[in-house]
Design a protein around this ligand. Structure first.
Ligand code: AMP
Ligand code: ZN
Length: 472
């Protein structure tokens, strides 16, 4: 039985799709004005695990992800997401490029990052600027149902008309007022109201992206894109919607308000899942503060993106993860040691590895229990190590199980193989000295040398052909 923590009810609930075996899943994508930072990518790794777990459980999945290329304003970080400049336009102006240059470039880089982390692509990618007509149609429905007002040229959602407004965030009105104290848009009747459509008569005259609409030439508010695209591709009610926890109180709360007032269905989405933040020792990582780390930064420092994937599995997705280079180094070592143990297993096994696994097998059951318990990856990793240690199981069966588990882990276990290492004189001397120490039964010195080699970034393995070095 798959259990997931639903932000809507604040409980772990048994997951059941609306329609028999089909799961419809929408994940908020990136705002493409810069590279994704590793905080953003933690959220996409968590969503990848969610997707892989659903597939592992045999569900037929439709996964949609948007790309935000209009309407996400800088005011989000100052307490009112309807103020400030469009993030994408600001970046284009700063770099002297067109908006399309910027959004195409960063969308492409984002896809490369996902690939390098073995994150499965959605079935449908959808871009906000390709769905302006759908957004306008949706705003018309919300307006026809009496949930909007117009002031200062903009169309606002009137949150006082929507009784379920606090369902997701569980915020009291006072909390929301306090949150929106800074930079508040004076046209709002209520600080928690939000813009559905901006017009050029209002605010920044030099806004670059504009479209005709019944309310005047302008551009959409940030939240409407997700309601419009989700309903286009997944229908007016669906199973799972996800994002980082920063989206609970504003973006997702507003998506619910728009969608339920347009479609009249409650709840619009059955399961809401949110990933906790990756933080840099006491600070949240944000693209707007320029202290962010990307996958390129990690590669430049000698890491494989999969080391970062491994690091993310060491904490549950609903717990904050503090990023430090030491923590990543630890993940790198663990990943490389795991790799070398699996390579050893491969060397010992002859013939084909069976694809079918025995589902009554203890370790299979434990792994399934871990992932089905609200995606408990730290526990799933522990099961992998227990399996490697187990001596009552044949190596062939171990490998077969590991290949199956890799459908969730996404470590490319089938491709693990010995890589040849360039051995310089110093390394050669240490390896020889260790051989001599072993011959003389001086295991203390042999262990010391093993540790020296480890500090230098190598694991030493004793094979029938003699000792071999493998890079960590
Ligand atoms: P954005 O590009 O701002 O729309 O963010 C893309 C995704 O990254 C959203 O799901 C955010 O909730 C998530 N996110 C932003 N910052 C972090 C962080 N530091 N840690 C984890 N997820 C984050
Ligand atoms: Zn969204």
């Amino acid at each position: 039985m798959l259990k997931l923590f639903n932000t809507l009810t604040r409980k772990k609930e048994e997951f059941k799709p609306i329609e028999s075996n089909k799961v419809r899943f929408y994940a908020c994508g990136l705002t493409v004005y810069n590279y994704a930072h590793i905080g953003n990518l933690r959220t996409y790794i968590f969503e990848d695990v969610l997707k892989r777990v659903l597939l592992f459980n045999g569900y037929d999945l439709k996964h949609v992800m948007n790309i935000t290329d209009v309407g996400h304003l800088t005011g989000e970080n100052l307490g009112d997401a309807d103020t400030g400049e469009d993030k994408v336009e600001k970046a284009a102006k700063k770099l002297g490029k067109t908006v399309k240059d910027i959004t195409d470039f960063y969308t492409n880089e984002f896809k490369k990052d996902l690939n390098s982390l073995n994150i499965l692509f959605p079935d449908i990618w959808c871009k906000a600027t390709d769905h302006i007509t759908e957004m306008i149609d949706l705003i018309k429905r919300i307006e026809a149902n009496g949930f909007t007002y117009q002031t200062g040229g903009n169309v606002y959602f009137d949150t006082s008309k929507f009784e379920h407004y606090s369902d997701l965030g569980k915020l009291k009105l006072d909390d929301q007022k306090a949150g929106a104290r800074v930079n508040i848009d004076k046209n709002k009747k209520n600080p928690r109201d939000f813009v559905l459509w901006f017009t050029e008569s209002e605010k920044f005259k030099d806004h670059l992206m504009k479209w005709d609409s019944p309310w005047g030439r302008g551009w959409p508010g940030w939240h409407i894109e997700c309601s419009a695209m989700a309903s286009k591709y997944l229908g007016e009610q669906f199973d799972i919607h996800s994002g980082g926890i920063d989206h609970i109180n504003v973006h997702h709360t507003n998506e619910i308000a728009q969608s339920e007032s347009a479609f009249g269905k409650h709840p619009w989405v059955k399961f809401w899942l949110h990933g906790e933040f990756l933080v840099l020792e006491k600070e949240k990582m944000s693209k707007s503060l320029s202290n962010f780390i990307t996958i390129r930064t990690l590669i430049d420092r000698g890491f494989d993106p999969l080391h970062y994937r491994y690091l993310c599995f060491t904490a549950h997705y609903r717990k904050q993860l503090v990023f430090t280079e030491e923590a990543l180094l630890g993940a790198k070592q663990s990943f490389e040691i795991l790799k070398s143990r699996i390579i050893n297993l491969k060397n010992e096994v002859q013939g084909e590895i069976p694809i079918e696994v025995n589902e009554d097998q203890k370790y299979y059951k434990e792994f399934l229990t871990a992932i089905n318990d609200d995606l408990n990856m730290p526990r799933a990793l522990a099961v992998v190590y227990d399996l490697l240690k187990a001596n009552q199981i044949e190596n062939k069966e171990k490998l077969s199980l590991l290949y199956k588990f890799d459908e969730i882990l996404g470590f490319n276990i089938k491709d693990f193989k010995e890589e040849s290492v360039q051995v310089d004189e110093e390394l050669e001397r240490l390896v020889q000295e260790r051989q001599t120490a072993r011959k003389n039964k001086d295991f203390k010195r042999a262990d010391e040398i093993r540790n020296i080699l480890k500090d230098k970034g190598y694991i030493i393995k004793d094979t029938p052909e003699g000792p071999k070095l493998q890079q960590i």
